[in-house]
Design a binder for this molecule. Structure first.
Ligand code: MCN
Ligand code: MOS
Length: 767
């Protein structure tokens, strides 16, 4: 027996000797590592302010209707209570601009502005008291009466109306005709349930006004967006707002924009002229903002006997709220993964009584891959062709959906290296052909992909005479490693050791950055820091050769390097001038340089506006740029009880160049673990009577924990892709989860002969 949870410390791409010691590609200790493990990284709600008040949110207990009465008398009189805000004495909160309209808000629902209830667990009041306990107790005393109206609990409910999302439709070739020519056809429905991000740090903020200026400590994946949304809510200029968010205890999409309790905190703090902290309880995080929408796909696939897939006909939908359209594009991957000439696909949203769903690690790609990657396995099985062989028969030599060449696609290498490491060639074709005692053993595989998104960014570098360098960006490190890779980027150019570099992040006072979402921030920020570091180096060289008293005065600049806190001659390093001398000679206390990757000529105001919207997210134009993965999984299924254990996982990934192979690996592993949870455990259970999330806590909403996690092997097959990004890296953060649930479902089929198409794969579906 092997020990549980042994995440294998397997080989990094290069041996210790070959790996760069600093700069990109090195694996220095995490900048925030010591702070986090010693508890010195202070998260938003851990801050303390003088005169702080505590707000506790009251949530609705019905899914649909109106509030007819809210009796707050007893609560008002409870000890320590300062104020209770509801629609009855409403604080003004304006509707924010939705992401779809170039704003920053995932939901445009504005709490306590009216008596209308559109989902269960909706924020309907805020109780503010001197202590958290007092506010919690008083909140329990608020009595609400409702006039209930019929609710749409599930998208399949009678009366729910799908809205086709035309912009998501895909039409390539002639899918219907091609389907008729197919010799073998499969058709199935694939379902993913409502899922919840559940980061370790629950959502909580502190809002404090000083006159007309507002400061918000808020865990944020995107401080510029948070500021824009709060400015909308409060009806003030965004420059009067500061968001402070240096550490984020995970978000997985749910902290891309502030949820509505932040509006309540800001509005209450303004009214009371005291700082207010509002932290959602874990149960409240299940409805205080949306998780991943439940999705549903019907996928028909037709192929020749030889395994050439001729056609896909696909239709998908997801639930959304009554107020906002959130599309969890179930066809994001469907037409892209393979070389299929004929595909037609539609995606709809179905408004129901739920919180507006939001981003959750690889929105779109994740459920989409579950559909197509299980369908591929079904087709392989129908054709009696090995699933990996079927994928190679249908290899896409370019992007069929966009009709563009790939920027790079080392997926064949991923298939091969992953299969070798796993031992895939020994896989017997027939299901139920491997067994160990009472356990049925199965091997499954799938592929995954995630696109390269891009946004411009700014960066500032400050070099002190003693060689200390500070890197500044408002971008977030949500646990991903941004602090570390930005120090590495600066070190790459300026040859400064890690311990002399400090990085400041996650604060609107710092240079503009976009969202840590869409797995793009690493590429965006390393590009900006790289450009700035080059400018610093150029400036140092200029000072060295142009300053009359410099020992390097008049030296040709192409003969210069930076080493040991000095500008030196490449071939005669003893001829040098230290940073300290250089700055002193030029009369500068420090060298401070900013640069950005915006279009030239964009004014600061334009840049500012662009960064508070997601409309600036682009993709490379000439090419289709994506990260790729091949995933291999072994499961053991107890034949009597139907319990599934994942026994090992191998993931081979093409994320282009890795800025930090250890961090990238830890991201891939994180994605795979989350995918394991999605495959076997995660399911928001909705009470059909009232739309309540029944398992709204971490004891009942199960995520994968250490004991669920087997040996995980990761293999890096990427090479620098300079068509994709400036520094050659591609997406990492979300890639690891895409396709994992499919690989596990396929392995379970191989073990048991049972195909589970609706997640999670629980034992009741197997016995
Ligand atoms: N990286 C690398 N080489 C590359 C690209 C990235 O070494 N070519 C590494 C870097 O350490 C970088 C990290 O991977 O910091 C993630 O980079 P990237 O793929 O650009 O993703 P973002 O920085 O935009 O992070 C967001 C992404 C998303 S969208 C979700 S969802 C997610 C994820 O990151 N949420 C996370 N990973 C998470 N990890 C943690 N711990 N917590 C979350 O909430
Ligand atoms: Mo990630 S779900 O794009 O924040």
């Amino acid at each position: 027996m092997k020990s549980v949870h042994a995440v294998q410390q397997n080989q990094l791409p290069l041996s210790e000797k070959e790996r760069p010691q600093q700069g990109l590609g090195a694996v220095p200790q995490r900048k925030d590592g010591t702070l986090k493990v010693t508890g010195k990284a202070t998260y938003a709600a851990e801050h303390s302010r003088e005169n702080l008040l505590y707000g506790v949110v009251v949530q609705s207990t019905i899914p649909s209707g109106r509030i007819t009465e809210m009796d707050t008398r007893e609560a008002q009189n409870a000890q320590g209570v300062i104020a209770i805000y509801s629609h009855l004495n409403s604080l003004k909160i304006n509707k924010p601009d939705a992401i779809a309209d170039g704003g920053a808000a995932q939901t445009t629902y504005t709490p306590i502005q009216h008596d209308r209830i559109i989902h269960n667990g909706q924020n309907i009041a805020l109780v503010v008291a001197e202590t958290f306990e007092q506010a919690t107790y008083a909140a329990s005393l608020v009595k609400v009466k409702y006039a209930e109206t019929p609710a749409l609990i599930f998208p399949e409910d009678k009366g729910a109306k799908p809205q086709d999302q035309e912009s998501l439709a895909i039409n390539i070739g002639h899918a219907k005709e091609a389907m008729e020519r197919a010799e073998v056809r499969i058709r199935a429905e694939y379902v993913t349930p409502r899922e919840y991000n559940q980061p370790m740090e629950p959502h909580g903020c502190i809002a404090q006004w000083q006159g007309s200026k507002l400061t918000v400590w808020e865990p944020s994946q995107w401080v510029a967006g948070a500021r824009a949304e709060i400015a909308n809510w409060m009806g003030i200029d965004s420059h009067d707002i500061e968001i402070i968010s240096p550490y984020v205890g995970g978000g997985f999409g749910s902290k891309a924009s502030p949820a509505t309790h932040v509006a309540l905190a800001c509005a209450a703090a303004r009214a009371l002229k005291r700082p207010v902290k509002v932290v959602l309880t874990r149960p409240q995080t299940f409805t205080g903002f949306g998780g991943r929408a439940s999705t549903h796909q019907t996928l028909e696939m037709g192929a020749t006997q030889e395994g050439k897939i001729l056609s896909i006909i696909h239709h998908g939908y997801n639930e959304t709220s009554l107020e906002d359209v959130f599309a969890e594009g179930t066809n994001r991957v469907t037409a892209r993964m393979y070389g299929i000439e004929n595909v037609t696909s539609h995606h709809s949203v179905v408004p129901i009584n739920t919180a507006t769903p939001g981003w959750m690690r690889a929105p779109g790609e994740n459920p989409s891959a579950f559909g197509i990657e299980v369908a591929m396995d079904e087709m392989a099985s129908a054709l009696n062709i090995d699933p990996l062989a079927l994928r190679l028969i249908n290899w896409a030599d370019h992007d069929y959906e966009l009709n563009k060449p790939w920027s790079s696609r080392r997926l064949k290498e991923a298939y091969q290296k992953g299969a070798d490491a796993f031992g895939w060639s020994k896989r017997p074709m027939a299901p139920r052909s491997m067994r160990e005692g009472r356990e049925l053993i199965g091997w499954g595989m799938a592929s995954g992909t995630y696109p390269v998104n891009q946004q411009p960014a700014e960066a500032m570098l400050i070099l002190q005479p003693d060689g200390q360098l500070t890197v500044k960006s408002s971008g977030a490190d949500i646990g991903t490693g941004t602090y570390t890779i930005l120090a590495q980027t600066a070190a790459e150019v300026l040859n400064i050791p890690q311990e002399r570099i400090s990085v400041e992040l996650g604060d609107t006072r710092l240079p503009l950055a976009g969202v840590a979402g869409g797995s793009q921030l690493a590429g965006n920020l390393t590009a900006a820091v790289f450009k700035t570091a080059l400018a610093v180096r150029e400036r140092l060289f200029t000072l060295a050769v142009d300053t009359p008293d410099s020992p390097l005065y008049g030296t040709p600049r192409d003969k210069l390097v930076i080493m040991d806190n000095a500008v030196a001659m490449t071939l005669r390093p003893s001829r040098q001038v230290t940073f300290a001398d250089l700055l002193r000679l030029s009369g500068m206390p420090a060298l401070e340089i900013s640069a950005n990757t915006f279009d030239e000529g964009a004014t600061p105001a334009e840049r500012d506006k662009l960064m508070s919207s997601l409309s600036t997210i682009t993709r490379p134009e000439e090419v289709s740029a994506h990260s790729w993965s091949a995933l291999f999984v072994e499961v053991a299924v107890d034949e009597d009880f139907g319990t599934v254990r994942v026994r090992r996982m191998v993931g081979a990934f093409d994320s282009g160049r890795l800025y930090n192979p250890a961090l990238a690996r830890s991201q891939w592993i994180g994605g795979m673990v989350m995918g394991l949870g999605q495959a076997l455990l995660e399911e928001g259970m909705i009470d059909p009577r009232n739309g309540r999330v029944i398992n709204n806590n971490l004891a009942d909403y199960l995520v994968a924990v250490n004991a669920d996690v087997p040996e995980i092997t990761t293999i890096d097959v990427g090479e620098p892709d300079y068509k994709a990004t400036t520094l050659g890296g591609k997406a990492v953060g979300e890639l690891g989860i895409v396709g994992v649930a499919a690989a596990i479902s396929n392995a379970v089929f191989h073990a048991t002969g049972k195909r589970v198409r609706d997640l999670p794969i629980t034992l009741d579906k197997l016995v």
